[in-house]
Design a binder for this molecule. Sequence first.
Ligand code: SAH
Length: 406
Amino acid sequence: MAGESVDAPGGPIPFVRISRRGEERVNAGHAWIFGDDLREMPPGLPPGVWVRVESRSGLPLGTAMLNTRSRIALRIVSREVIEPGRAFIARRLREARSRREMAGWGAERAMRLCFSEADAMPGLVVDRFDDVLSIQILTAGMETYRQEIIDELVSAYSPRLVYERSEGGARKHEGLAERKGAAYGEGAGTTSVIDSDGVRFMVDVEKGPKTGFFLDQRANRRIVRDLSAGKSVLDGFCSTGGFGLYALAGGASAVLAVDSSDYAIGAARENAALNGFDDRWEGRSANLFHELRELAASGRRFDLVVLDPPAFAKAREGREGAVRGYRDVNRIGLSLLSPGGLLATASCTQLVDLPTWKEALRSAAADARADLELVSVGGPPPDHPVLLGMPETDYLKFAVWRKRSP
Ligand code: SAH
């Protein structure tokens, strides 16, 4: 009987039939099918089960993880009907690895090894920090194969520690409790030192932000480094110090780094010392919006202002506010530039796309009466792949602008 027949060699996997609109999304290369587009399935399928996705008439469209509790009811893992399990996980991790090898990143010891939908493993994030792996499992579908994932990572990368940071809002939407702690290599220390283009960072996978360190700004930090010689730099939203320390590696004369998190400022200070930059690095734990206004009022100016704010919106309702946030923070940042100074500015808000972000920058420049010329455009590094068919993977925007003299 169509719909109940099974061709996965390892045994039956249940079917889910979807609407015409859902089918079009799958065919366009998008990994998300919403609950509205589910049509027919056997009763009682548990959250996280991997299913065969079919068109209304029963044509196979691929394999997905089902979770009817989430707004995103199906997450496509393959356009083929595959046999779920460790062998498939191993295949996806191998593909992710070779993607990075092709970009020349094969020998990197600090990089994202697997990035969720962007590596066709929805909800699985794996970061490597030297001999420590930090993982996030954010979907019920990945939770189903948690042990297989850990076993496969241990066999592929021989880490001394696999630390799990399965936290945050995403898991709540999937109906999962948070989980944090060692998943392999219990008792081992949670800190490792990474080398990122010759700059060293201490990464604590237990206490650090998200998985321990923001790897996604690597290419953009290089851009900042290469523009920094002799410049005074403001590292706004510095977290554990990335941009500021790259600027010092590039010969910046001084860095003032600001973040509202005491942990971040403490970690950034240790990282500055680790690189022997403490004499040129100053950190302040403060709300940047207030701090920028005070610096501007006191007449302080910088040759290079870096602004890497957190995601300003997580849900669609927050988009307007996010756009306002980008306008405000960039306007104040611009007012701190010395003549001919550079604004290096980023957005990691998935819901604010490139044209919308540019529009926010345009109104910030207008408010600040600044003529900006483009110096450099950045984006994500190769360990954060972008899928054309899935705009959500294209979240990181970065550009450097020079403020012309009036
Ligand atoms: N530039 C960093 C990543 C920044 S992530 C890097 O290269 O690693 C965003 C940071 O903004 C977080 O560290 C968070 O603590 C900080 N933050 C959020 N709101 C803030 C505010 N109002 N003022 C200052 N810092 C803030």
